[in-house]
Unconditional design. Structure first.
Length: 417
């Protein structure tokens, strides 16, 4: 079983390129099924979740080949419209294939995605929207069976919650509807905008992505395109946390500042100096961080839930109390017990976690229990005295490309064994 060995206390320095966004790559890979053509995707991160999506595309009959961070996907011929249980289980977000299979084949069959480390992951918003668009969906024995009666109906979809996945599934289905679909209370994440940009390059007609109301004019045919994936704002936030936690100064290359709108004030409140120029963000941290006081996770452009764990790790040694309120997922504090094993002082009560800054952390053996919680353990271990051993690397490999190599290039003492 591979593990990470980190000896903390080292400062980081230099410059590093931020990887492409996992949460943009996954829906765009699904979207290639609508093109019935070849597409080229640049800046695709090498992640196990991306590999899982490629396995699904190949199972359906597509050709997909990677050379470094470029993926060439040819979806001209597909031979199936179902995704088997074992492929569905590999990655929770494979539900994103539902809309594209319905739009491409008029039918889709897949098992219900299981819950995950973050708690139950319901898809009621996806299903009620698709039913409104005229798709007949039966759910039995954990299987979803979908059929389009006549055609995909253009609809007014009012999402009760700005769900990222539901917004994406509706967009992907509506691209082939007979008329115009309007989504209100849509998710506004940058990954939604990147997906819309990809689809529009393929001939779709989507306006309003990134705002709360998205308008999708149905088209009969799409073609392939070349597209470069946006940088991963959560990996950028994780690196910023590592820089702040180790009182370092580092430059991140390939950052879109507006994607970090809710994070910048948090790092400034903590005493970091940030400067941005032509896609490069320089972060310079003080010897001792101030506490950012209160952090509430919210849908974009609010504070991203995916950054809650790494930022919590950064506040473990800051001056004073930091209060976190996790409003998006119901169990996203699995990293707290592990951070406390490193000497942190964190108490959890429901969706609130209170971090009381301590003088120092000390190395220990800890276990990653989900993707971003694992990243938080790395951030804390880098700022701890002594050696930390981290198990559970498959979680990290879902979302961080060669993270130990990236950190080692900045001077961290980190080894995968
Ligand atoms: C996406 O998940 C991201 N995953 C998540 O990133 C991210 O945390 C999340 O959006 C929120 O930003 C990908 O993009 C692949 P949601 P998604 O639908 O689409 C509830 C990471 O670490 N909900 O916006 O599943 C749901 O239970 C991952 O990279 C319903 O109740 O998120 C959750 O509490 C983790 N019914 C909340 O909404 C539904 O039908 C947000 O879910 C759908 C969602």
């Amino acid at each position: 079983m591979a593990k990470l060995l980190i000896t903390g206390g080292r400062k980081l320095s230099g410059e590093v390129k931020v990887q492409g966004s996992k949460n943009s790559t996954l829906p765009i890979l699904a979207a290639t099924l609508l093109c019935e053509d070849e597409s080229v995707l640049y800046n695709c991160p090498k992640l196990s979740d991306v590999d899982a999506s490629i396995r699904i595309l190949r199972y359906l009959g597509c050709k997909a080949q990677r050379s470094d961070n470029t993926l060439i996907v040819d979806t001209s011929n597909i031979t199936k419209s179902d995704i088997p249980h074992d492929l569905m289980r590999e990655m929770r977000s494979s539900i994103i294939f539902l809309g594209v299979l319905i739009a491409r084949c008029g039918r889709a069959k897949m098992s219900l995605p299981g819950g995950c480390e973050l708690g139950p992951r319901p898809i009621d918003l996806h299903l009620s929207a698709l039913r409104q668009m005229g798709i007949e969906i039966t759910e039995q024995h954990g299987e979803l069976e979908c059929v389009v009666n006549d055609f995909i109906k253009p609809s007014k979809i009012a999402l009760s919650f700005p769900s990222v996945g539901a917004t994406e599934n509706v967009m992907l289905t509506a691209v082939k509807a007979k008329g115009t679909t309007i989504i209100t209370n849509a998710a506004r994440e940058p990954e939604i905008t990147d997906l819309a940009d990809f689809l529009n390059s393929c001939g779709a007609r989507i306006t309003g992505a990134g705002e709360s109301t998205i308008v999708i004019e149905g088209v009969s045919k799409l073609h392939g395109c070349c597209h470069s994936i946006i940088p991963d704002r959560i990996v950028a936030a994780t690196l910023m946390s590592a820089i702040a936690a180790t009182s370092s100064s580092v430059t991140l290359d390939g950052v879109i500042l507006s994607h970090l709108c809710a994070l910048i004030p948090v790092f400034e409140q903590a005493g970091c100096e940030l400067s941005y120029k032509e896609g490069k963000l320089s972060v310079s941290a003080p010897y001792k961080l101030r506490s950012p006081k209160l952090i509430r996770t919210m849908p974009y452009p609010g504070f991203p839930t995916d950054a809650q764990a790494p930022i919590m790790a950064m506040t473990c040694k800051s001056n004073g109390l930091t209060v976190f309120v996790e409003n998006i997922f119901e169990s996203r504090y699995k990293h707290v017990d592990e951070l406390n094993r490193l000497g942190a002082n964190i108490k959890v009560e429901g969706k609130v976690a209170v971090v009381d800054g301590v003088k120092h952390l000390s190395g220990a053996n800890v276990q990653a229990l989900d993707l971003r919680g694992g990243a938080a353990l790395i951030v804390a271990a880098l700022s701890a005295q002594g050696q930390t051993e981290i198990l559970g690397l498959p979680y990290l490999e879902r979302g961080y490309e060669d993270f130990e190599v990236v950190l080692e290039s900045l001077g961290a003492d980190i080894k995968k064994i």
